[in-house]
Write a protein that binds this ligand. Structure first.
Ligand SMILES: Cc1ncc(C[n+]2csc(CCOP(=O)(O)OP(=O)(O)O)c2C)c(N)n1
Ligand SMILES: [Mg+2]
Length: 355
């Protein structure tokens, strides 16, 4: 199947007969702003991890268009199930970027109220979010809701049994769900060629629902295909699988060193397809922006980075005893014993500073 593209890497816009998209200059500027601020936030998080302020960070560098395009296709009442790298999607749902950092700093298990923005908590275990999404979508349909669910997974997660099970339940129940696979070519050090022989988007045919292959570095194409798939789901016509062809420009996470398993030239090839550069080229070519727009945006990005930096440092450390409190609803003898041992261990440390 052909790759759906509405914007070439050089910033040329064209129409696709099956995926029409009308945009105003204001919307285009908004999408660029979303991608730029997300990229700046992500870079700040990497720096914070390098400085010891975060335990880990999974960067989205290179995947801004896939995330902003698909995220901006959702309506407020839709519900989104992310994995752990969906910082751009979180942004489109109105989650404060600062809140994404708590779990990666190790001070909480989530960091935001999922129901405040219909954006579920990050899930590190790959595969389960699709099952959660299908169950949630089936529940929505039974309640007669006029909304849909958007669920994210990766090329690596596509090998999990959970994904196949999610497809089965979604299709036989015509669940209002869209499965969005960011095929960023890698699952840590495992290339996509080790996950599958056939393209991932073709898989849905075996389950009897449509699959779309989209240029994941083209924010307009991602917006168009996700919007129409969500509309289809809301009409009660069942699930759609979208495979966004993109690239993870950075390491899997800050604990990873990609030069050990992939050639740097690969990254250079993808730099030419940078999602931000192509929309910027389009904006400039058509006179939708001037120098002041980009300067103001750069300033806004620096302010965001500063707010995040100060905010993360100010996050209070959790009470160590809290980790024992939520294991069971009622008191449990073994957990209580572990808590007593832990507290005795803590008491052996001498406080520094004036006594
Ligand atoms: C069930 C399960 N197995 C293994 C892991 C370890 N793991 C974490 S991320 C990852 C790779 C995921 O790759 P992909 O789905 O392509 O997502 P990406 O990181 O590329 O966004 C693996 C194997 C996990 N988190 N969950
Ligand atoms: Mg991947």
């Amino acid at each position: 199947m052909e790759l759906v593209q509405l914007l070439t890497p050089e910033g040329e816009r064209f129409e696709h007969p099956d995926h029409p998209l009308e945009t105003t200059p204001e919307e285009l500027r908004g999408l660029y702003r979303d991608m730029l601020l997300t990229r700046r936030f992500d870079a700040e998080a990497v720096t914070l991890q390098r400085q010891g302020e975060l335990g880990l960070w999974a960067s989205l560098l290179g995947q801004e268009a896939a995330q902003i395009g698909s995220g901006r296709a959702t309506c407020p009442d839709d519900y989104v199930f992310p994995c752990y790298r969906e910082h751009g999607v979180a942004w489109t749902r109105g989650v404060d970027p600062l809140n994404l950092l708590g779990m990666y700093r190790g001070v909480n298990h989530g960091g935001w109220d999922p129901d405040a923005n219909n954006f579920h908590l990050y899930t590190i275990v790959i595969g389960p979010p699709l099952l959660h999404a299908v169950g949630y979508a089936m529940g929505m349909a039974r309640e007669g809701a006029d909304s849909a669910v958007l669920a994210y997974f990766g090329d690596g997660a596509s090998s999990q049994g959970d994904v196949a099970e999610a497809f089965t339940f979604a299709t036989v129940n015509a669940a209002p769900v869209v499965f969005f696979c960011q095929n960023n070519q890698w699952a840590i050090s495992t290339p996509t060629s080790h996950q599958t022989r056939a393209p991932i988007h073709r898989r849905s045919a075996g389950w009897g629902f449509p699959g779309i292959h989209v240029d994941g570095n083209d924010v307009l194409a991602c917006l168009a295909v996700t919007r129409s798939a969500l509309e289809r789901a809301r009409r009660g016509e069942g699930p759609t699988l979208i495979e966004a062809h993109t690239y993870r420009m950075g390491p899997h996470a800050t604990s990873d060193e990609p030069r050990r398993y992939r050639d740097d030239s690969e990254r250079q090839t993808w730099e030419a397809k940078d999602p931000l550069l192509r929309l910027r080229a389009h904006l400039e070519k058509h006179g939708h922006t001037d120098a002041a727009y980009f300067e103001d945006l750069a300033q806004e990005a620096e302010q965001l980075a500063l707010r995040v930096r100060e905010g993360v440092r100010a996050m209070p450390d959790p009470d160590p005893a809290a980790m024992f409190r939520h294991v069971y609803v009622d008191e449990h003898a073994q957990v209580s014993e572990e808590q007593r041992e832990y507290e005795a261990f803590q008491a052996t440390f001498v406080q520094e500073g004036p006594q």
